[in-house]
Design a protein around this ligand. Structure first.
Ligand SMILES: Nc1ncnc2c1ncn2[C@@H]1O[C@H](COP(=O)(O)OP(=O)(O)OP(=O)(O)O)[C@@H](O)[C@H]1O
Length: 295
């Protein structure tokens, strides 16, 4: 079986009913452009359990769907399983129970090559940007298109079409004027924009952003998260973003999933939530006096 990057597999199982949680049991907010088209999830996990080696379960019975055009914020204390949940959707976490599907493909049943093809459709954004500092901003973005640039281009440089697309993306994220500067010369917020442009170069069907603003000041954090939410809406792709700051999640997501000790404690449209509703996610931290809930 050949798997083109996130080409839908045989029709994915129908979306499950809205996930229940505390508080809120409403369905996910519908993306504005959904219209009457069938609303199938790009990513779907059911009863997901993950344990590393002989260790305890770090995810226990997770149900989650990610729909086109929505930004879903993952909240939870350190160690609650946010990164592991993202890793389980790219085949990097050891699934010990339940299912994780991307575009209908069950990640547990794919060969390594197929998994690689599927991952090419997932744009990833990380806390530390993961740019090559000595390379130009433009080259960093171009590397996002390596999977379809072909081996000759690795030797002979990137073609004109790739370069012009990379420049367009830099324009889109507001940083085209820095195209020829080395990535290390940019501020953190600017570097994260470059990383987002690099992810877009993959023509992703989903974006996973794992604490993308943890190294940024509040103003830049808002800018970067606005950009991600705008991309989700304009390109009609799901963005799953893990965050440590509740007000940022409330300001820049359509839906919030709150994890505690590997289980979903909150799952609701952001419009139905406020800080008080999210506090139980961190309840045990507050007892310890180390909650991290300020902007
Ligand atoms: N490769 C691994 N091997 C063993 N245990 C792991 C591994 N990766 C994560 N864990 C454990 O799984 C649990 C969940 O970790 P995870 O990184 O998913 O949490 P998180 O919510 O993303 O935390 P943070 O907010 O600090 O990034 C933690 O107890 C962690 O120690």
């Amino acid at each position: 079986m050949s798997v083109s990057p996130l080409a839908p597999a045989a029709r994915p199982s129908a979306p499950a009913p809205p996930q229940s949680g505390v508080p809120g049991t409403s369905p996910a907010a519908a993306p504005a452009a959904a219209g009457l088209r069938p609303r199938l999830p790009l990513a779907s996990v059911r009863g997901l359990r993950v344990a590393y080696g002989d260790g305890p379960l770090v995810l226990d019975g997770i149900d989650l769907d990610l729909f086109p055009g929505e930004t879903v914020a993952l909240l939870g204390s350190s160690g609650s399983g946010k990164s592991t949940l993202m890793k389980s959707l790219t085949g990097f976490a050891p699934i010990s129970g339940g299912t994780a599907r991307l575009a209908g493909y069950d990640l547990a049943n794919l060969r390594r090559g197929q998994l690689r093809q599927l991952r090419a459709g997932v744009g990833q954004v990380f806390q530390q940007f993961n740019l090559v500092g000595r390379l130009s901003v433009l080259t960093n973005v171009l590397t996002g298109g390596l999977h379809d640039a072909g081996p000759l281009n690795l030797v002979g440089g990137f073609g004109r079409a790739h370069r012009s697309r990379a420049l367009e993306l830099l324009e889109r994220v507001g940083i085209a004027h820095k195209a020829n500067e080395p990535a290390r010369a940019l501020s953190g917020g600017q570097q994260q924009r470059v990383a987002i442009a690099r992810a877009l170069m993959q023509r992703p069907q989903l974006i996973f952003a794992d604490e993308p603003v943890a190294s940024l000041d509040p103003k830049m954090s808002h800018q970067v998260l606005s950009l991600l939410q705008e991309i989700a809406r304009e390109d009609g792709i799901p963005v799953l973003v893990s965050l440590h700051v509740m007000p940022l999640a409330l300001a820049h997501s359509d839906r919030i999933i709150g994890l505690r000790n590997g289980e979903i404690l909150v799952s609701a449209p952001t419009s139905e939530l406020d800080a008080a509703a999210l506090e139980p996610i961190y309840a045990h931290d507050q007892e310890d006096g180390d909650a991290d809930d300020d902007a």
